[in-house]
Unconditional design. Structure first.
Length: 305
């Protein structure tokens, strides 16, 4: 796995790996300098470079990178109220090819129907909800069916929802079934992201009846995913989780350590590739990991593996 996503250039990564294998290796001075700044190398009083322990060095890099991302996302977070209105200003189908990537769906019922159609066979659904769900629409049943199919859900709701007994009971039911929920007191702007490829946002902020914008433009969807992840990290668990991994989580982590391909890991567990990937996403969500590598690091830190 490349360390480029952690801010380590390919040449510097190669130098670090070389030093791990051969502590006496002669590295270019510039590489030593850059690796020292990154915390991957320390230099002794005699001027001899030594490779830092990967377990602590990589986690430190991940923490720094996440901090940088938090700062970037915070800027986006401050302007999030303008996302829907900006999208609504995009040219129509006659004026731009973007119309194929931004679809306006007028009316709450039509928007809800399109969301249900889009999420029918999803592998992952990320959602932020400000308004109380309409339980009469069968949302509980639809969510439970999705969980049975192997869809991985993560949902953020406002803590005020827990003050309504019927809604609190519903949230706890689907949370315990596998739709991982977190709560926050911050203002939430409704958002649904399907497989990190399609997003739904209200046409008019604060007016669910107006309908939704269905966004397929990759850059916009990526920003909305970042907004979700930023809010997720700032939110609290709906209820305390067990200290250790479940049998399913432990099995997933063990297979990730053994197999490089999801197909092989899924076969070893006797489940479909789709179900395996959904379980991986759920484990990453519980560990607060941005990727599989980080999930492995945090699992080791917690003593799970």
């Amino acid at each position: 796995m490349s360390m480029r996503g952690l801010g380590v250039a390919a040449d510097d990564e190669l130098a670090y790996r070389t030093l791990l294998r051969d502590p006496a290796a002669d590295l270019p001075p510039e590489s030593v300098r850059r690796l020292t700044v990154l915390g991957l190398v320390t230099v002794t009083a005699d001027g001899i470079p030594a490779a830092a322990d990967p377990r602590t060095a990589i986690e430190r890099l991940i923490g720094r990178r996440l901090g940088e991302l938090d700062e970037e996302i915070a800027q986006i977070h401050g302007a999030r109220t303008s996302v829907s209105s900006l999208l609504a200003e995009l040219p129509t189908a006659d004026e731009s090819d973007l119309a194929e990537q931004i679809e306006r769906i007028d009316g709450r019922q039509a928007a809800q129907q399109r969301i249900w159609q889009t999420t029918q066979d999803a592998d992952e659904i990320l959602a932020m909800h400000r308004d109380r769900p309409n339980l009469a629409t069968g949302i509980r049943e639809r969510t439970l069916q999705g969980l049975e199919r192997g869809t991985a859900y993560r949902t953020i709701v406002h803590r005020d929802m827990m003050a309504v007994p019927e809604i609190a009971e519903y949230l706890l039911t689907i949370h315990r079934a596998g739709d991982r929920h977190r709560i926050t007191g911050e203002e939430l702007h409704p958002l649904i992201v399907v497989d990190r490829a399609v997003a739904f946002v209200p046409i008019t902020p604060g007016e669910a009846e107006s309908g939704a914008l269905m966004v397929r433009q990759a850059g916009m969807v990526a920003i909305l995913v970042d907004l979700f992840e930023h809010t997720w990290r700032r939110s609290a668990e709906l209820e305390p989780e067990p200290a250790g991994p479940t049998e399913s989580e432990l099995a997933v982590l063990q297979q990730l350590a053994v197999y490089a391909k999801d197909e092989a890991a899924a076969r070893a567990l006797g489940i479909s590739v789709r179900t395996f990937r959904a379980r991986v996403a759920a484990v990453m969500g519980r560990l607060g990991a941005a990727n599989r590598f980080q999930a492995g690091v945090r699992a080791k830190q917690r003593g799970w593996i």
